[in-house]
Design a binder for this molecule. Structure first.
Ligand SMILES: [Zn+2]
Length: 430
C-alpha cells in the first residue's frame, strides 16, 4: 500500500521539525519527507525521490497536523478477566480513534500478567485486533501479592509483537494498581528487570496512605533511591502533586535516570470539581489547584516527561453510583490528545513540538522502541489531526466499553482524522 499525505503540518520533535510538507509511505515505511524549500536547518527532501503520485491513496492534510503515532505508556485493557469493562479488541479500537499506535497494558488483570502464558494470551488477542501495538507490562511479583518475584525472565523471553519491536517479550515491569510495599522486594524487582533490560514503572503510592499526597511522595522518593542503588532507570506513574514533583526535580538535577508521567485529569481538573461525580474518581485522586499549577509547570520545565492516560474503563454501574461508592479510574484514550492540546498548547503552556514529544517521542525512548519519529526510513506509525475541529466530549461517542470520562460535556479542540500503523490506515474519522 502506498499513501501520500499532502500539505500537512509535519511535526517531529526528534528532528525539531514543524513545517508544511508531504509524507510518502510505501511498504509500511516512510520513504520520503518533502518540506517547503528554504526552511532553516531542514533539508527540503529527506530520503528517496518521491514515487509517482497517480497510483496511491492520497490524503489532503492542508491545515492539519501530521505527527508520529501517539504512544500511551499506561492503559488498562481489563483482559483477561474483566472483559465486561473493556477487552483488547475494544481497547485497541479506542486507542486508534485517539491517535494511539502503541499502548502498554498494565498487569492488574485477572489473572495478573505475571507469566509467559498470560503475556502470550494477550499477544494472541492483540494480533487479531486492528494493528495497534499492544505491549504488556509484566508484574513485579507473582499475582501482585508482593511475596515472590514473578517470572520476569520468562515473560521477557516470550515471543510477542513486543519482542519483534523491542527485543523483549514485555515492555516493562510494574505492580501498577498497587505498590510493592516491601522495599527490599522492590529493589530485587528493579535488579531482575535491569538484568533483563526492562525498566520498572513505579505505581508511586504507599498502600497505608492511599490517596494522600504524602503517600505518593514517599514512594516517589523511595523508588528513586532504589533505582539509584540498583543503578537502573525508573519511570514514575501518574504523578499528581507539587511535593512529588519537587523530589523528581531534585533527582533529575542530580543526574538520576528518572522519568515521570502525569495524566490529563491532573493538569485540567482539581478536587473542587469532583462533587458527587463518580466519573471524577481515580487513583491518585484529583488534587488542589496548587497541585494542578505545579503539574503544568513541571510539564513545561521537563520534570514531567510523558503524558499517559491511565485509561481505566469500568461499567456504568461501577461509576454512576456517587463519588464514595464509585470504583477508581477514568477512560482517556479517546480524549487525551484533544484535552492535552486544548489545555496545554492552546493556552501556551507547551509548544506543539513539546506536546508531541511527551505523547510520542519520550514514551518511545523510555520503551527503547524505534517509533515516535517521522523521518525517512522509519516505520509509518502516524496520526493526522484536525486541531481546529471543536467537539463536545460525550460518552456515547466512545468506542471503548468504558464511558467513564472525567471530561464529559467539555468542549475541546483536536479531532483525530487518521491513524496509520505500519503504513496501513487503521482508523479514519467519518
Ligand atoms: Zn494505572
Amino acid at each position: 500500500m502506498r499513501i501520500l499525505i499532502k500539505n500537512g503540518m509535519l511535526i517531529d520533535p526528534d528532528l525539531g521539525l514543524e513545517a508544511v510538507g508531504n509524507l510518502y509511505i510505501e511498504n509500511g515505511k516512510i520513504v520520503c519527507m518533502k518540506t517547503e524549500a528554504g526552511i532553516s536547518g531542514v533539508m527540503p527532501i529527506w530520503g528517496e525521490e518521491p514515487f509517482e503520485t497517480d497510483s496511491v491513496t492520497q490524503i489532503e492534510a492542508a491545515g492539519k497536523w501530521v505527527v508520529p503515532g501517539l504512544i500511551d505508556l499506561h492503559v488498562h485493557f481489563r483482559e483477561p478477566g474483566q472483559e465486561y469493562k473493556e477487552d483488547i479488541f475494544t481497547g485497541c479500537k479506542a486507542a486508534a480513534k485517539g491517535g494511539f499506535t502503541t499502548v502498554c497494558c498494565m498487569p492488574n488483570t485477572r489473572p495478573v500478567i505475571d507469566s509467559p502464558e498470560v503475556v502470550k494470551y494477550i499477544d494472541e488477542k492483540a494480533k487479531r485486533a486492528n494493528g495497534v501495538h499492544v505491549l504488556s507490562v509484566g508484574s513485579i511479583t507473582e499475582g501482585q501479592r508482593g511475596k515472590n518475584l514473578a517470572d520476569i525472565h520468562g515473560m521477557c523471553q516470550t515471543q510477542t509483537r513486543c519482542r519483534e519491536l523491542t527485543g523483549k517479550g514485555i515492555c516493562a515491569i510494574s505492580e501498577d494498581g498497587r505498590s510493592v510495599m516491601n522495599a527490599g522486594m522492590m529493589l530485587r524487582g528493579i535488579w531482575e528487570g535491569r538484568k533483563n533490560g526492562l525498566i520498572a514503572f513505579s505505581h508511586t503510592e504507599d498502600d497505608s496512605l492511599a490517596g494522600t499526597g504524602i503517600g505518593e511522595a514517599l514512594i516517589v522518593a523511595r523508588d528513586i533511591m532504589l533505582a539509584k542503588e540498583a543503578d537502573s532507570p525508573i519511570h514514575l506513574c501518574h504523578i499528581s502533586t507539587a511535593g512529588s514533583l519537587e523530589i523528581i526535580r531534585k533527582a533529575k538535577a542530580e543526574g538520576i535516570p528518572v522519568t515521570a508521567e502525569t495524566g490529563p485529569h491532573y493538569f485540567v481538573l482539581d478536587k473542587s470539581c469532583a462533587g458527587n461525580d463518580g466519573n471524577k474518581k481515580m487513583n491518585p485522586p484529583l488534587r488542589t489547584k496548587e497541585d494542578v499549577a505545579a503539574v503544568k509547570r513541571a510539564l513545561q520545565d521537563g520534570t514531567l516527561d510523558v503524558i499517559a492516560t491511565d485509561h481505566a474503563p469500568h461499567s456504568r454501574e461501577e461509576k454512576e453510583c456517587g463519588y464514595e461508592k464509585a470504583l477508581n479510574g477514568v477512560v482517556g484514550l479517546e480524549t487525551s490528545f484533544a484535552v492535552s492540546y486544548t489545555f496545554l498548547v492552546r493556552t501556551g503552556v507547551l509548544t506543539p513540538l513539546e506536546l508531541i514529544d511527551k505523547m510520542s517521542c519520550k514514551p518511545a525512548e523510555i520503551l527503547g522502541l524505534d517509533r515516535g519519529i517521522l523521518a525517512a526510513g522509519k516505520t509509518a506509525d502516524i496520526a493526522i489531526i484536525d486541531i481546529e475541529k471543536c467537539f463536545q466530549i460525550k460518552g456515547e461517542d466512545f468506542v471503548s466499553k468504558g464511558k467513564n470520562s472525567a471530561f464529559l460535556g467539555m468542549k475541546v479542540y483536536g479531532e483525530i482524522l487518521y491513524t496509520i500503523i505500519d503504513g496501513r490506515i487503521v482508523y479514519a474519522a467519518e
